[in-house]
Structures are given as structure tokens and as C-alpha cells.
Design a protein around this ligand. Structure first.
Ligand code: SIN
Ligand code: MN
Length: 202
């Protein structure tokens, strides 16, 4: 069993799990996914567009609209989401389980001013499955809180190729991204950061 290089509040961080060649390969595969399922800026339930752009692969895609957060079977353009890339499933098999594959791989693009407020991932049916997160591109200051809102937090920089497993007691821990460090990675031609999160949904 692989061991995380950092463990912080139950978040297991596998630094540089993907080397540069793997990162470039994954990026190329994601370009194909985004051609099929273009990035969009979902509306928050409060009626403002989110600061990040996103899309999904898998049986379900994560969606946010006037009626709240939910999983949808189709992209807003009415087509099915593309399949989760094999290279992503291989990471899930290695770090989470070969027994059950994720239903959704949420793909989030952060431009240099984008951030994500502290939140829990709780739109899934079974919290015994971890969420697996993969980072590509610019560094992100990732903040980790507690299982309830408020209290102290700790932050770490997530870098291109880092993979995080959020499971066990940490599955419902508040987390978010304070900021991106522009031009900290040369992986994406125009800069920015991509985060993938794989989830078992139903
Ligand atoms: C998320 O919590 O959905 C994204 C986390 C990240 O961008 O690292
Ligand atoms: Mn999350």
C-alpha cells in the first residue's frame, strides 16, 4: 500500500504522484474531454455565476443552479458526459479501491483570480467512499478546516501532480482554495490550474 507523503487533518497528500510526463498525458486526455463536454460557469443557488469553470466525466456530472447543488446525467448542452479517462481510473484503483469505480470526475478550471470558498462535499449518497483529488498546473493554497463550520484551519500548497485522498473522518471536512499562484507551473500554456475530483455518487 502506498503511503501519503503528508497527512493533515486526515487528508492524505501524495505529492508528485504524477510525474511531468504523466501530467502532460493527463492534460492531453482532458483536452479531449473538454472538447466533448465544454467548460461552463455554473450559477450558485444565490444567482451569481461561480468564479471557476467546470465540467464532468462519468455517469454523473456535478451541477449547480437555482435549485441548489446536484448531480446531473447530462451536460447542460444535453449530451451525456464523456467517460472518465482510464488514466484517472488507474489512480483511483491504486489509491482508493479496485472494487468500485467513481461515478463522477468533476473537472474544475481556476484562472489566476479564481478561488473556492470553504465547503463540504455532501451531495453524494455514501460518505464511506473517499473523494480523490488530482491537481494540475499552477499551485493552489488549499485550506482545511473541520467537520463543522468554523474553528481553526490549516493550509497547504497543492502542486501539479499532487493527489489528495479525502476519506474516513476527513470525508466531510470543510475545505477550499484561497488562491492560485500565477505562473508557478508551466504545464498549462496559458497558466491556471485544473483540479479533478472523483466521487462515488449513488
Ligand atoms: C473541490 O473541493 O471541489 C476542489 C478542491 C480543489 O480545487 O483542490
Ligand atoms: Mn470539495
Amino acid at each position: 500500500m502506498r503511503r501519503p507523503s503528508i497527512e493533515i487533518r486526515g487528508f492524505q497528500v501524495f505529492e508528485t504522484y504524477l510525474d511531468h510526463a504523466d501530467q502532460a498525458e493527463l492534460l492531453e486526455v482532458l483536452r479531449g474531454v473538454v472538447r466533448e463536454a465544454p467548460l461552463f460557469s455554473p450559477m450558485t443557488p444565490y444567482g451569481k455565476p461561480m468564479r471557476v469553470q467546470m465540467t464532468s466525466a462519468g455517469r454523473y456530472g456535478w451541477y449547480s443552479g437555482k435549485t441548489g447543488y446536484r448531480y446531473e446525467r447530462q451536460h447542460p448542452n444535453g449530451t451525456n458526459w464523456p467517460a472518465i479517462p482510464q488514466i484517472v481510473l488507474a489512480i483511483w484503483r491504486d489509491l482508493v479501491s479496485p472494487e468500485r469505480m467513481p461515478d463522477c470526475c468533476l473537472i474544475i478550471f481556476y484562472d489566476e483570480g479564481a478561488r473556492m470558498g470553504l465547503h463540504q462535499d455532501r451531495d453524494e449518497a455514501d460518505f464511506s467512499w473517499p473523494v480523490l483529488s488530482i491537481s494540475l498546473g499552477d499551485d493552489a493554497l488549499f485550506r482545511i478546516g473541520n467537520q463543522a463550520r468554523g474553528g481553526s484551519t490549516e493550509s497547504i500548497w497543492l502542486r501539479s501532480g499532487d493527489v489528495v485522498v479525502m476519506g474516513g473522518a476527513a470525508r466531510l471536512t470543510y475545505h477550499g482554495v484561497d488562491r492560485i499562484k500565477p505562473a508557478s507551473s508551466a504545464l498549462l500554456n496559458k497558466g491556471g490550474r485544473i483540479n479533478l475530483t472523483c466521487r462515488v455518487v449513488d
